[in-house]
Ligand binder design. Structure first.
Ligand code: COA
Length: 166
């Protein structure tokens, strides 16, 4: 695997994020305007995986200080960089960031037919807990997954806090 570096996205990554989104997702895309809002939002964490100057993946996580539930809103890796552990690296960082923010549970959803994503999430300890019909633009069903953030993952962080699920 190439040397992949994770970093927090900055305002000037907007064009690259929009290009990544449009090259990867055929529908249900995050619009340019939404990306701009996410990059500014204090409750969103946008993390990039970079191979040198090239962005090869990203995650968006939503954190709410009033809730112990974090939501992974998006994950994507470019086709050329797949099956090299980039998504696993991004997910590991997302889980640690959720722990750092005091979350006890990380939730996400994926299409019922996205087997690559489902295998990734199950491998990382996520469990399906709900199906939502007609969730996507084309009417496809979503499967919601969740993963507890373990005491170890929480206590590994400098500021460990008690967890309260809302
Ligand atoms: C799903 C996605 C993020 C995976 O990214 P990736 O960097 O290729 O994933 P990794 O290399 O970290 O894979 C980790 C594990 O996930 C599973 N996995 C990933 N892609 C897989 C595939 N195509 N088929 C089966 N299992 C897969 C495997 O268990 C893999 O471990 P292994 O390679 O040792 O077998 C990527 O395919 C992608 O961006 N797809 C398009 C966007 C998308 O569907 N996003 C998810 C929306 S919820």
């Amino acid at each position: 695997m190439a040397t992949i570096r994770l970093r927090k996205a900055q305002a000037d990554d907007l064009d690259a994020l929009v290009d990544l989104e449009f090259s990867i997702f055929p529908g249900d895309r995050i619009s340019r305007r939404s990306w701009r809002d996410l990059l500014k939002s204090p409750s969103a964490a946008v993390t990039l995986a970079a191979d040198g100057e090239s962005i090869v993946g990203c995650t968006v996580m939503l954190l709410n200080r009033r809730s112990a539930i974090a939501r992974l809103y998006s994950i994507a890796v470019t086709p050329e960089a797949r099956r090299q552990g980039v998504a696993a690296l991004l997910m590991d960082a997302a889980i640690r960031a959720a722990a750092r923010a005091g979350a006890c549970l990380l939730r996400l959803e994926t299409r019922f037919d996205n087997l690559a994503a489902q295998r990734l999430f199950v491998r990382l300890g996520f469990k399906p807990f709900k199906r939502v019909s007609a969730y996507y633009e084309d009417g496809a069903e979503a499967i919601r997954y969740q993963r507890m953030i373990s005491d170890d993952e929480v206590s590994a962080q400098s500021e460990s806090k008690p967890c309260h699920l809302n």
